[in-house]
Design a protein. Sequence first.
Length: 301
Amino acid sequence: MIGLSGYFSAEGAISNTVNTMNGQGMNVYRVSFNPSWSSGPHPFRMSYIDNLIDNTNFTVIVDRNHIYPPQESGASAFRSNFTRANSDINEVLSKYGNNPRVWIELVNEYVSSDFYSRMQTMTDNIRDQGYRNNLVYNKWNQNWTKLDDPYLSYQGYHFYFNSWSPSGAITQMQQAKAKGISLINTEVGASYNEASDFTSSTVKELSDFLAWCAENGVSNTIWMNENLNNWSTYLRLGLKISGSGEPPPPPTPTPTPTITLAPVSGLVIPTNKVEILTPYLTLAGLIAAVSTIYVIKKRND
C-alpha cells in the first residue's frame, strides 16, 4: 500500500487530494485530527471520513489522537486524557466498526516508555467490544514489540530523511519484520520541516526508501501536512513513487486440461476388455487407444 497522510482544511479540499492519488495509483489515505482535549486548527470531522469512504476505494486510516510535537508534554496530556482518547476512538468505531476499509491509529508519536503497555490496553478495549478493524501504532524510539491482538494490526516508525538515512530506516524495518510485525509507516517525508526544507538529496533518499519498501512488503503514507501542501515540491524535485507496498499475490495455477472422448455410434466394447483402455486415459495414449478400440471391434464382428 502507498498513499498520503495529513490534515484537510475543509470538505472541499478533499477532491484535489483524491484526484492526485488516483493519478499516482495510490490506495491509502491517513487522515489526522487534533485530540479532542486540544484547541488545534484541525478538530475531528466525521464527514471527512464519510467523504473518503463514499467517494474512493481507498483504505482510510483514522489518526484520531494526533498529539504533536513528539515531546513528553504531549505524552503527559495523552495519559491525563486516556479515558477520553479511548472514547474518541470508540466514536469512530461506533459508525465504522468492522469496516475493512477503516483502520484506526491509536495515537501519534507517543514518546514515553509505557507506549506498548498503553497500546495493549487500548487494543484490548477495542477487541472486547467486538471490533475487528485493523489497528495501527506508530512507535517512537521504543524497542519493537509485537502486541497481542487476535486480529490484524500494523506498526510503523515515522521517517524523515533530513534526520534518517535510507539504510538506517531499512534496518528498523528489518528488525520489525524479524519479529513478525506487519508494517505501515504512516508518516515518511524528505524533511520534518516541510517543503521549505526539501532538497533533491533528501527527496532521492525518500524515493530510495519507498523503492525498498515496495519490494519488501512495507507500506507507507507520505506526509503532506495540510491538503497537498508538500506535493508540488516533491514533483519539482523528482520524487518517485514505487509500487503498492503489498507482496504480489501468488500466481493462479494453470488447470490441467481435461479430454472427453465423444461416444462412437455402433461401437460396443465387451466388459472383459474395458481394462485395455486404462493405460490410454492420457493425451499421449489417445491415438493408441483408438487403434486398440478398432481391433477389439473387428474381433467381435
